[in-house]
Ligand binder design. Structure first.
Ligand SMILES: Nc1ncnc2c1ncn2[C@@H]1O[C@H](COP(=O)(O)OP(=O)(O)O)[C@@H](O)[C@H]1O
Ligand SMILES: [Mg+2]
Length: 257
């Protein structure tokens, strides 16, 4: 697993929606335990990148490798071959995603949301999954809300449940897509606090899309600036966010202040 291969490798990734080419010739690696923040204007392809890794979208060209193994498409005898659904599902188990709009199952309690995938995808014992789920809820500051219904929670609480739900799968990779963008400002801090703790206490590799630049600076090892589906510049957070070289990065950072 920790073979020196990158946890995520994008190789010549292309994504078109119909005639619209959103990503082309995209190459980058994420190392084991690395946390990478993607920044860039709306429509630059950040969400598409995360959805490709989560296999919610299918790439139209190139390859994504997870720990050196193909995610959805393999190279066989010089040909690009799509993997079988079962093979894809095997790799996807290692990957968790938290969305801007929480996406909790509305017909389930908080604890049911959390144990659903561990029980049904990983085949874990229900009682053990529940015990672990309650520990995770405790970690995100919601230890007493296991029986609550999502509609009884604030946005910030829903998002902390969504984080606990992703962690319940013991992911190697966590994808965070603007997880605080839909929250009232006073609820943002708790959610970022939980994520800072996850970053500190685990070696989960993360791809993070956020406009919270202080958070990005504190938790990420690398920042990549995207525009038009291309990497415009990348480097250490202090360099890219504090002293951007590219005019488009400067303009973008000014625009979100
Ligand atoms: N399901 C889709 N169908 C068609 N076009 C899409 C779809 N999802 C995203 N796009 C297009 O892909 C481009 C990149 O979108 P997105 O990845 O959401 O950007 P970002 O997250 O950086 O704002 C946009 O032009 C968007 O309209
Ligand atoms: Mg987006």
């Amino acid at each position: 697993m920790n073979s020196g291969e990158p946890v995520i490798r994008f190789e010549d990734v292309e994504k078109k929606f119909g005639q619209n080419t959103v990503l082309s010739g995209l190459n980058f690696d994420v190392a084991h335990g690395e946390r990478v923040t993607l920044i860039g204007p709306s429509g630059s392809g950040k969400t598409t990148i995360l959805r490709l890794v989560m296999t919610l979208e299918e790439l139209t060209g190139g390859y994504i490798w997870i720990n050196g193994a193909p995610l959805t498409h393999d190279k066989r005898g010089g040909k690009r071959v799509k993997l079988r659904t079962k093979e894809i599902a095997q790799t996807r188990k290692k990957i968790g995603m938290v969305f801007q709009h929480f996406n909790l199952f509305p017909n389930m309690s908080v604890i049911e949301n959390i144990i659903e995938a561990p029980v049904h995808v990983l085949g874990r014992d229900k009682a053990a999954a529940k015990k672990r789920g309650l520990e995770l809820l405790d970690q995100v500051g919601l230890g007493d809300r296991g029986d609550a219904h999502p509609t009884q929670l604030s946005g910030g609480q829903k998002q902390r449940v969504a984080i606990a739900r992703a962690l319940a799968m013991d992911p190697e990779i966590l994808l965070l897509d603007e997880v605080t963008s839909a929250l009232d400002p006073e609820l943002v801090g708790d959610v970022l606090g939980v994520l800072r703790q996850v970053a500190e206490e685990t070696d989960i590799s993360m791809l993070i899309v956020t406009h919270e630049m202080q958070f990005a600076r504190d938790v990420s090892h690398k920042v990549m600036m995207f525009d038009g589906g291309q990497v415009i510049e990348q480097g250490k957070p202090d360099d890219i966010l504090g002293n951007p070289q590219h005019e488009r990065t400067q303009r973008f950072l000014t625009s979100i202040l």
